[in-house]
Design a protein around this ligand. Structure first.
Ligand SMILES: [Zn+2]
Ligand SMILES: [Zn+2]
Length: 512
């Protein structure tokens, strides 16, 4: 098989029927790029399944029924909400109806820019709208079986009277403080008592009440909830990070609950390794984080999808200062897909799956686009790229990539790709400090500018000029950068000079 999604699809074919691929994100603040891992990969399976003639749908559930355990930095206005279901937190900025929508809605909006448009659900609303009532009833009826299954994976066994239900206190609204002590049908007796969460102590209000689970004001514990959702939505496939997949982890437990309690064949799992950002763990508290929206300012959505569609069980890193390496890989796959180059058809398959719209050929390197952004106006990009030997590209894609690469180079790009062009006066002063033979080289390069060179051919010519004048090529390159940008290093010289154009070079290399 060319790609892992094709392997998953053949498992789904064996399983038969219609397919639902489930994904989800727990909302404790602004979702970051890693939180999109399962939904972007789930969409890949949906796409591959549809291509194979299967019926398939992608769903996304915001995990918003858990208690709010820790106040993120900068959100001190939520101090009083520790222990509440996340869904019941207010939007501090006041622009959405609650905390979850404030973060989930932009995330879903950004995903659509990646061509990923799942059917969206709120985990809390599933309870409150009665959509899980059948599964809750089953969980209450089979609470002994559930306890025994959970106990297989626990060191401290759950008590005899265990009930898989955490009520929300009807008096104070908290969920982390309720203790169940009796049950009658779907009605659970509880008391609201003080407890600790990772972010501090949560005071119980002392209320004693009855939680009618059919009303959905509470939640099932995660491993039961996960299996209940599979049953409710008839989920046949779910991607998740390897933390859930560990022996005795939540997938292993939920799988048994799904089979033995809910009588549903558990979904085909798609387990992936987490990726790092700039060589470190992604962490909002340490500031090592970007969002999908941040990505869309510096690179094409297809490039991130391509990255996520690589082999799953390998630890990978996105280094933003080296983003051009990833776009170069993507461009190679593009050449193979568009039959401009022989190569691994698996790469072409990943390229195809990563497309948001119709695949359009570009193949103008990202670093060159970063240069163009600094030396030309939008109307000039395509003629400049053509003058360097690039052909058959989509102009809209080029304009977009130049815009993105221009943003990237200012924010994350390496120093040598960021520059300010010398005025003619500045160039003259730099020229004066060169050796005679270096100046002669520049003069000869001016003579070459009338030729119709590709960047590669021009690059070779510069070497020839250096050697024939007894100048070491690195010295000549340095001279070129000094005169053009007043620096010792710069973008690849041949392409750089071609992008600046003859007139600009003549005025700097020769003077008035
Ligand atoms: Zn808002
Ligand atoms: Zn209470």
């Amino acid at each position: 098989m060319l790609h892992w999604s094709d392997d998953v699809v053949s498992l789904l074919e064996e399983r038969g029927g219609e397919h639902v691929i489930a994904t989800g994100t727990s909302i404790s603040g602004r979702p970051q790029i890693g939180n999109a891992s399962d939904v972007i990969r789930g969409d890949c399976i949906r796409k591959a399944a549809l291509e194979s003639g299967l019926k398939a749908e992608l769903i996304w559930i915001s995990d918003d029924s858990d208690p709010f355990r820790k106040v993120p930095a900068g959100m001190e206005g939520l101090d009083d909400y520790l222990g509440f279901p996340v869904k019941d937190l207010p939007d501090l900025d006041g622009c959405h109806s609650n905390f979850v929508d404030h973060f989930a809605q932009p995330f879903i909006q950004d995903l659509s820019e990646f061509g990923v448009k799942p059917k969206v659900h709120s985990g809390t609303d599933l309870y409150r709208n009665g959509e899980l009532v059948e599964e809750i009833r089953t969980a209450f009826e089979k609470r002994v079986e559930i306890r025994d299954i959970l106990n297989r994976f626990r060191r401290d066994p759950l008590p005899e009277d265990y009930l898989p239900w955490t009520p929300i206190c009807e008096k104070c609204g908290k969920i982390s403080t309720t203790k169940v002590f009796g049950v009658d049908g779907l009605k659970a007796d509880y008391e609201c008592v003080s407890t600790g969460v990772s972010g501090g102590e949560v005071e119980g209000c002392g209320h004693k009440g009855v939680s009618d689970a059919s009303k959905g004001m509470g939640k099932l514990p995660w491993r039961v909830e996960w299996a209940a959702r599979w049953r409710r939505f008839k989920v046949t496939c779910e991607p998740f990070g390897k933390d859930h997949a560990a022996a005795g982890g939540s997938y292993e437990t939920s799988k048994i609950i799904s089979e033995e309690v809910f009588d549903w064949t558990p979904p085909v799992p798609l387990v992936y390794e987490f990726f790092t950002l700039n060589g470190e763990k992604i962490s909002s508290s340490k500031g090592n984080v970007i969002t999908l929206a941040d990505w869309l300012v510096i690179a094409e959505p297809e490039v991130l999808k391509y990255f996520m569609y690589k082999r799953l069980m390998k630890q990978r890193d996105i280094n933003l200062s080296l983003l051009s390496n990833l776009t170069d890989e993507y461009d190679e796959a593009e050449r193979i897909y568009h039959k401009r180059q022989e190569g691994d058809m698996g790469l072409a398959r990943m390229y195809d799956l990563a497309q948001v719209g119709e695949p359009k050929y570009l193949n103008v390197p990202f670093t060159l686009c970063a240069v163009l952004a600094q030396v030309a106006f939008e109307g000039e990009y395509s003629s400049k790229a053509e003058s360097m030997g690039y052909a058959g590209f989509d102009v809209e894609r080029l304009n977009r990539r130049v815009r993105l690469a221009g943003n990237w180079v200012q924010k994350y790009g390496p120093d040598h790709l960021r520059f300010t062009l010398n005025s003619e006066g500045e160039a003259g002063r730099e020229r004066d400090s060169l050796s005679d033979s270096e100046r002669k080289c520049l003069e000869e390069i001016v003579g070459l500018l009338d030729g119709d060179w590709s960047s590669e051919e021009f690059h070779k010519k510069i070497y020839e000029v250096a050697r024939s004048n007894g100048v070491k090529p690195p010295k000549l390159f340095k001279a070129i950068y000094r005169v053009l940008i007043g620096n010792d290093r710069g973008p690849k010289a041949a392409a750089f000079m071609l992008s600046l154009g003859r007139e600009h070079i003549v005025a700097r290399f020769r003077g008035g």
